[in-house]
Design a binder for this molecule. Structure first.
Ligand code: FMN
Length: 208
């Protein structure tokens, strides 16, 4: 399965970076996210991301598990650097708000395929508590955020068509954080010339 996480990494000149990436994980490791996973990680990274460049250059990273979708949007679309704390075994720090972190070192990179395959060994795992249940609005924010990161590749009509369904879920089931995150995706798309319904008119209200 693939679990959406935020990866912290660091460049050769010590600049810290955070970006959402899907973690490919076995059913068994998923059951043990907060305990003691089997020991390896697998990411599929498209060329061009800072995360990919950093993992190649410095060979270390941290998988940050969180349900905070605003952090996904801010790091994916607005290059935000959330508050972080030093790691124990690797140079990149972990995200303060992560409920679980896995520090890892890169063991293998296959850049002959796209997306490239990056594998790593888990060096340290910490469960900080705070896992929450499912929220359909969070799912909708993640879907919209992924689409927004691919705005140059996807036909705009595809995003515009899906928008009302995502919006309905966010309005009905999300909290203020999900709503804020979703609006930020809309603003990002508008800046790129993709006008999703209701964003510029400001007519959207949350149903809390
Ligand atoms: C939920 C989510 C999951 C993502 N998963 C991946 C992924 O598995 N691989 C990838 O290359 N990009 C993925 N992306 C896109 C990157 O996060 C995006 O390109 C980001 O801007 C890269 O940032 P960076 O250049 O700072 O590394 C994902 C985006 C989101 C919102």
């Amino acid at each position: 399965m693939i679990v959406e996480t935020i990866i912290s990494s660091i460049s050769d000149d010590d600049i810290v970076n955070f970006a959402p990436m899907g973690l490919h994980i076995s059913d068994m490791d998923y059951e043990r996210v907060g305990q003691s996973p089997a020991g390896s990680i697998c990411l599929r990274l498209y060329p061009g991301s800072q995360t990919y460049a950093n993992l190649l250059a410095t060979g270390q990273g941290v998988v940050n598990f969180t349900n905070n979708v605003l952090l996904f949007v801010d790091t994916a679309l607005y290059s935000s650097c959330p508050s972080h704390t030093p790691s124990l075994k690797v140079c990149p720090p972990s995200m303060e708000q992560a409920h679980t972190i896995w520090e890892f070192s890169v063991t293998h990179v296959d850049s002959s395929c796209v997306p490239a395959l990056v594998e790593g060994k888990i060096e340290y795992c910490e469960n900080r508590g705070g896992v929450t249940g499912f929220c359909r609005g969070q799912w909708a924010v993640l879907e919209a955020a992924i689409a927004a990161t691919r705005w140059q590749l996807l036909p705009p009509a595809k995003i515009i068509q899906s928008w009302p369904m995502w919006l309905e879920l966010v309005k009905k089931t999300g909290g203020t954080r999900e709503f804020e995150a979703f609006m930020k995706i809309g603003s990002f798309l508008a800046e790129k010339g993709i006008m999703v319904p209701g964003i510029l008119s400001g007519t959207i209200k949350q149903e809390l």
